[in-house]
Design a protein. Sequence first.
Length: 199
Amino acid sequence: MMSRLSYMLTESYLSRAVIEKSEKKIYHNIYILLLSGLVDTILLLIIGVVIQKFLLTVVFVFVFTTTRMFSGGYHANKHWQSTFITFVSCFISVEFSEQILASFDEKLFLILGIVICYIIFILYSPIKNSIKPIDEENIQAIKTKSLVVLSIYVFIIAFASNYNLEYSNVILVTLLEVTLLMILSIIKQRRIGMKKVVK
């Protein structure tokens, strides 16, 4: 369904000479990502209403989407796998972030979590992938944007933790999930690289 809609949109732009034929595959993949992302977001918000945690779900969706927009990260081979990862991430952030942080020294967990995020973002952001290629000259600019976005959320966490731990916890756990997905993407790329070397 997503693939067919994406194909129709791509063909429409191609017929009007909005895009080049050589860009067809890239735009096709981008539209699949956009359409699937839209559907996933709508479903997540519906679930947020059902479980009576709509605002926390909105926070997760916004933080998860805007951070990954610049940082990149793990991309599953199939849409259902990507949807599953997003839904599990949301469920953990919204339902269990408070319990996760309560299991540790909260300030220590907060500091270590933020430090880990910064280290991974500085070293590896943005994560490259074949679906959303990045021009070499834009890498540093995107890295800077990803660090700015991360810093904004860190500031919000520090501010919100004095007033509403529930929201600051969700933001922190979501950032850690994005960081974990970046690490998984790096591992996946290295495994693919090793297989190519062996062949």
